[in-house]
Design a protein around this ligand. Structure first.
Ligand code: ADP
Length: 162
């Protein structure tokens, strides 16, 4: 049985993330989407509970995908889950440098855990959570960029904080 962890902030989950999740779910026996809870790292728009609820909703039709929250070292979480694969999505060459640095560092700490990269589908190569939040913040439509539940939550969020 091959289990992979797909870690990220998912603030919020986009169609680009979903593309990686659904393609990976056809390759690995189990895929754990790991939401990083790291209050020191950066300001999130959504709380970890909100991010988790949206992710659970959008993957509920994929039987071998689970959603979990973790904090601290990713390789420690992988070890706890008896998981030997970390999966990351690659959009552009610019992702590659940062991602290989992290992958090499993780492998130094935990040689039994390998990082796999999955290139994005071309239609999502420009997409990230920050872009989605900027469009939504100024009232633009994010309909083609995120699942419906996320679109709704973004609208509610910006109504509440404006
Ligand atoms: P992080 O804060 O760790 O970068 P993100 O939530 O932004 O977390 O992304 C999680 C993973 O999804 C990363 O591997 C990232 O490269 C990948 N990813 C993000 N957006 C896309 C996209 N549009 N297409 C493919 N992969 C993506």
């Amino acid at each position: 049985m091959l289990t992979a962890i797909y870690p990220g902030s998912f603030d919020p989950v986009t169609n680009g993330h979903l593309d990686i999740i659904s393609r990976a779910s056809q390759i690995f026996d189990t895929l754990i989407v790991g939401i990083l809870e790291n209050p020191q790292k950066k300001e999130y728009l959504f709380t970890v509970d909100e991010r988790e609820a949206m992710l659970r909703e959008v993957v509920k039709g994929i039987s071998n995908v689970t959603v979990e929250v973790f904090n601290g070292l990713l390789v420690r979480f992988a070890r706890q889950k008896k998981c030997r694969v970390i999966l990351r999505g690659l959009r552009a060459i610019s992702d590659y440098e940062y991602e290989t640095q992290i992958a090499i560092t993780n492998r130094k700490m935990s040689p039994e855990v390998e990082t796999f990269f999955l290139p994005t589908s071309t239609e999502f190569s420009y997409l990230n959570s920050t872009v989605v939040k900027e469009i939504a913040r100024f009232g633009g439509s994010v309909r083609c960029l995120v699942p419906e539940i996320v679109e709704r939550r973004l609208r509610e969020k910006f109504q509440t904080i404006s």
